[in-house]
Design a protein around this ligand. Structure first.
Ligand SMILES: *[C@@H]1O[C@H](CO)[C@@H](O)[C@H](O)[C@H]1NC(C)=O
Ligand SMILES: *[C@@H]1O[C@H](CO)[C@@H](O)[C@H](O)[C@H]1NC(C)=O
Ligand SMILES: CC(=O)N[C@H]1CO[C@H](CO)[C@@H](O)[C@@H]1O
Length: 631
């Protein structure tokens, strides 16, 4: 990471040094100055961690040739344009301007030295790892699935009352189209990459990535609930059979706590709540246990990386020289971990996330804002960079969703959410000269007038939270949500492909467009359609379905290949340069949110479900039984 190159930068705390006091003071001072300098100028543009694995700009050597021959039928039968796929310059290893997530991903890939001596014994000591040790294959449960289902306010897939009268309707046709896209994405994955983490549609093979500690089948787990929802029954059975027979947890690599939680645990939990199948519950809990060593820190704030073999933990090398945990990572565990406790009876999971909450509740927040980097050892913020996009995003999302998931009993989450939102509005929300509302990024008081694609989820979040805000704020938040969503739509509308770039700026005279080619890619991300879905449910303004349909058309035109969907390198070029990845979140999130956008509101009703940050639905904790009464 760049900060490391600054001469004199002292990542470790200088207090422990046995040196004359004066020197220690000087050292501290220089460290502080460097830190501030780093915070202001040197920190890379943020990019949500979740997307590290994606490697948007890593074309394999030789891929160009493959890309050239890969042509594919268009939705409406037109010829696919020639695909010259100019070799994307590999992000220079020492190029400070290269895209942040690439740099971070490389930091991860290129770490070759061992993290230090590890005793196998520490694994056993890993907090809670021994608290739950059932025999292989079973985890005791006192969870009453039938009673849970009877408490839901709506049938899971909705009443579909209008189904018979709408077969010819436009919305029905649109929904069927999205279902066809899901079937195609799944079948392509199954054909070329079954059991691998994701499909590479141009090379027609699978890719494991390096975020999951050796776990496989991320696309399978991420697809389960979407297949179920779309009633792709045969495909769902294929996915379930794979989980039963081939999803092994006896792996020994290094995994991202956050990624494994939101994708695997989230996906398994949803599959369980939708079907009641024990296999999903048991594997979710067993996987949850494997993550517990991450929490073995002085503050209980987990580190980002767990070693499944040794049970040791560490922080990302790029996170303030390996000293920090990331807000969006440790702040996006609450929903899943409460459910792990509910489904296992083991309190350890809930204790871990309650402790995180406590630390965050008590810590000083600059201007009420939550910076992105926190030391799991000292419990102090490591810099003052605030973002509703990468590195920060889903922490805020999980506050409001914790409140909703608790059936509006978790007052603490509610307060923290609205306080944070007020601070964000005061310090980060801006209106451009052209009248577009956006959320800037904050670096110790200095604003970057840019918004990442990732930050576009916030339109949906603010809409979702508007209803429970103070009376006098509700209309305002609804309007703010609509304005931000409109801005994100503009980032799509102003591109040649009608798909939005990774990041877009507001200080160049041209607004809501990327200013560098390194920010011009689109990797099948969901955040914009996610906001369309929430805004549709809140307003039923037809504009959101229109915008959603524009995305469907653009995906078909520019991202569909013969063997699956692929991201593209440049949304400003009508000649698609595919990145050869069908991201797992395309099936988990993008297609699911699109499908919901064209469905009735009572399909996965927001009264009954909250979506985790990978779009896996988790049930609201209704304690009374005034449900619709069926399963
Ligand atoms: C995990 O267990 C399965 C079945 O018992 C076995 O086939 C597989 O090779 C094991 N994997 C590892 C990494 O040990
Ligand atoms: C649901 O509420 C009950 C009772 O308050 C609580 O014990 C349980 O942990 C909650 N479950 C979740 C998933 O929050
Ligand atoms: C099991 C394990 O490796 N735990 C380590 C996690 O990180 C903390 C803080 O650095 C260490 O003290 C633990 O030993």
């Amino acid at each position: 990471m760049l900060v490391r190159k600054v001469p004199g930068f002292v990542p470790a705390s200088p207090w422990g040094l046995r040196l004359p006091q004066k020197f220690v003071f000087l050292l501290f001072l220089s460290g502080l100055v460097t830190l501030c300098f780093g915070a202001l100028f040197l920190l890379p543009n943020s990019s949500r961690l979740k997307r590290l694995f994606l490697a948007p700009r890593t074309q394999q050597p030789g891929l160009e040739a493959v890309a050239q021959v890969a042509s594919h039928p268009r939705a409406h039968g037109q010829e696919s344009p020639p695909n010259p796929a100019p070799a994307a310059p590999a992000p220079g290893e020492d190029d400070p301007g290269s895209q942040a997530s690439s740099r971070r991903r490389k930091g991860w890939l290129r770490r070759t030295h061992p993290t230090g001596p590890r005793e196998e014994a520490t694994a056993a000591r890993g907090s809670g790892a021994t608290a739950l040790r059932p025999q292989e294959g079973s985890v005791p449960s006192s969870f009453d699935f039938k009673a849970f289902r009877s408490r839901l306010r709506h049938p899971v897939l909705g009443t579909r009352a209008d189904r018979s009268k709408e077969p010819q309707s436009l919305v029905h046709t649109q929904r069927e189209k999205i279902k066809e896209m899901m079937r195609f994405a799944w079948q392509s994955y199954k054909r070329y990459a079954m059991g691998k983490n994701e499909l590479r549609p141009l090379t027609r093979d699978g890719y494991e990535g390096n975020m999951f500690g050796g776990l496989s089948g991320a696309t399978v787990i991420d697809s389960l609930d979407t297949l179920y929802l779309m009633e792709l029954k045969e495909e769902f059975q294929e996915a379930k059979a794979w989980v039963e027979e081939s999803f092994h947890l006896n792996v020994s690599g290094e995994a991202s706590l956050f990624e494994v939680n939101i994708r695997y645990i989230g996906g398994l939990l949803s599959a369980f709540y939708l079907t009641g199948e024990e296999v999903f519950r048991i594997k979710a809990i067993k996987l949850g246990e494997k993550l517990l060593p991450a929490f073995d820190t002085p503050t209980g704030i987990p580190k980002g990386v767990v070693n499944f073999k040794s049970g040791s933990n560490r922080s990302w090398g790029w996170a303030m020289a390996g000293s920090s945990s990331i807000l969006a990572e440790f702040g996006s565990l609450h929903l899943e971990f409460l459910h792990l406790t509910q489904l296992s009876g083991n309190q350890v999971f809930a204790e871990k996330v309650r402790n995180i909450r406590k630390v965050l509740r008590e810590i000083d927040k600059p201007f009420g804002l939550y910076p992105n980097f926190l030391s799991p050892v000292s419990g102090n913020w490591m810099q003052h960079h605030v973002s509703v996009g990468g590195l920060g995003d889903s922490f805020y999302e999980y506050l409001i969703k914790s409140w909703l998931m608790s059936a509006k009993t978790d007052m603490e989450a509610k307060e923290m959410y609205y306080e944070a939102l007020e601070a964000i509005e005061t310090h980060l929300v801006n209106v451009s000269p052209g009248g577009l509302t956006y959320i800037a990024e904050w670096r110790g008081g200095i604003l970057d007038h840019k918004m990442g694609h990732l930050a576009c989820f916030s339109g949906g979040m603010i809409a979702l939270g508007a209803e429970d805000a103070k009376e006098e704020k509700r209309a305002h938040y609804r309007e703010l949500a609509a304005q931000i969503t409109k801005t994100c739509h503009e980032s799509y509308a102003r591109s040649d492909t009608k798909l939005g770039p990774e990041a877009f700026w507001f200080n160049s005279g041209r607004e809501a467009v990327a200013t560098q080619t390194s920010e011009s890619y689109y990797i099948l991300r969901p955040e914009v359609v996610e906001s369309y879905m929430y805004l549709w449910r809140q307003t039923h303004s037809p504009i959101y379905r229109e915008w959603g349909w524009e995305v469907v058309m653009a995906l078909e035109k520019y991202c569909r290949t013969e063997a699956g969907f692929s991201g593209i390198q440049d949304v400003y070029s009508k000649v698609p340069n595919h990145d050869n990845k069908q991201q797992t979140f395309f099936l988990a999130e993008t297609l699911k949110y699109l499908y919901l956008l064209f469905s009735e509101d009572d399909m996965l009703s927001l009264e009954d479900w909250v979506f985790n940050t990978e779009a896996h639905p988790l049930p609201v904790n209704h304690s009374d039984s005034s449900g619709w009464g069926g399963g």
